[in-house]
Ligand binder design. Structure first.
Ligand code: SAM
Length: 343
């Protein structure tokens, strides 16, 4: 089967899928995400949304949406920070796109008393001007891989070697390969129609109803050759074919491909910039100091460590990137906060 089908089944199978059957986040799980590292992450994003809402003319009601919201931590922190701007939280209708029943329950618990609507698909989001957040959502959507051979491009498939799963090359040559012309024999390229479709749907929503989105993920600015499919279990990288459905399966996000999908659907993009640059411009340093002011010695050290992890070049500051998407017709200053410094 193509890797895209393997990924879709391993992550989303209705009974055995990785995300369907568990909460994989946090120290006791398989991986930790930025909102689970520190409240500061969601707070900065909440302030970004509040600023954009004001720039859009403070529409009431508006859609505050999140794609793949995990435990709901980011949304809870964003709303707490957004309360600083009068009217923002009152105007917000929270819409979450989430396929995992286990994580939907966590999100419900993280957002008590809030009127939340869940959706399976971006296409189901309401006809309202919107602000949409996606942190580590696109990396989980399936990819296909193609490898250059002496005779042309072949698709990498999941097959069998005896009783074991193995990555094999489809003998058929892919005739219209949408791939790097300068690739060498052995090079792998990754293509994701699921990511393109999701971005196109989101940009279409923005074109119709107005709004902006923030896409945050690990990945590369320019489309490039390279095998980035990875599996993670218990905070360790494991073989991608090891125990399907029991490990997280992702690949790096091709931000150029996402930007092309967005612009193709009538939106404009900003960045991507490194997560460290983005959070720095939004004032995460000042927020850390403010929190440290009222903290114990132990808490002060934990805040410093979280700040380092979220922003430092050798940690999540550079590998993780942030891209903003908006429609040209959405009011507001040309360049959104966090994207003023070019890199
Ligand atoms: C890596 S987690 C990120 C969670 C959260 N954004 C965070 O930063 O902690 C991926 C999230 O996307 C959800 N997800 C994965 N595939 C999905 C799909 N096809 N449609 C909707 N949600 C999906 C998962 O259930 C999970 O909530």
């Amino acid at each position: 089967m193509p890797i895209s089908r393997y990924m879709a089944e391993a992550l989303g199978h209705p009974q055995w899928g990785y995300y369907i059957s568990r909460d994989p986040l946090g120290r006791s799980g398989d991986f930790i995400t930025a909102p689970e590292i520190s409240q500061m992450f969601g707070e900065m994003i909440g302030l970004w949304c509040a600023d954009r809402w004001q720039a859009m003319g403070a529409p009431d009601p508006f859609m505050l949406a999140e794609l793949g919201p995990g435990r709901g931590t980011l949304m809870a922190d964003a709303l707490r920070a957004g309360a600083a701007l009068p009217g923002f939280n009152q105007a917000a209708q929270v819409h979450l796109v989430e396929t995992s029943p286990v994580l939907r329950a966590s999100q419900r618990a993280a957002l008590p008393g809030l009127n939340v609507t869940w959706h399976d698909n971006i296409a189901d989001l309401p006809a309202l001007p919107g602000l949409t957040i996606a942190n580590e959502f696109f990396d989980a959507l399936p990819i296909r891989q193609f490898q250059r051979g002496e005779d042309g491009w072949h698709e990498r498939m999941v097959g069998l070697n005896g009783d074991d799963l193995a990555l094999v090359l489809d003998p058929a040559i892919v005739p219209t390969a949408p791939m790097a012309h300068d690739a060498a024999v052995g090079d792998v390229v990754e293509v994701s129609s699921a990511r393109t479709a999701a971005m196109t749907e989101l940009a279409r929503h923005m074109s119709q109803h107005g709004g902006a989105a923030l896409i945050i993920d690990y990945g590369h600015r320019q489309s490039a050759v390279g095998d980035t499919l990875q599996a993670m279990r218990g905070h360790q990288f494991v073989d991608v074919l090891d125990e399907p459905g029991d490990a997280d399966l992702t690949s790096h996000v091709d931000f150029q491909a996402l930007a092309e999908a967005a612009t193709g659907a009538g939106a404009q993009t900003f960045g991507p910039v490194g997560q460290g640059t983005f959070l720095g411009q939004l004032g995460i340093g000042a927020r850390a100091q403010k929190l440290q002011h009222a903290a114990t010695q132990e808490q002060t050290a934990a805040i410093a460590s979280a700040l380092h992890r979220l922003t430092h070049q050798d940690q999540m500051g550079q590998l993780f990137k942030v891209m903003a998407v908006k429609t040209a017709t959405t009011p507001g200053s040309q360049i959104p906060p966090g994207f003023l410094e070019s890199e």
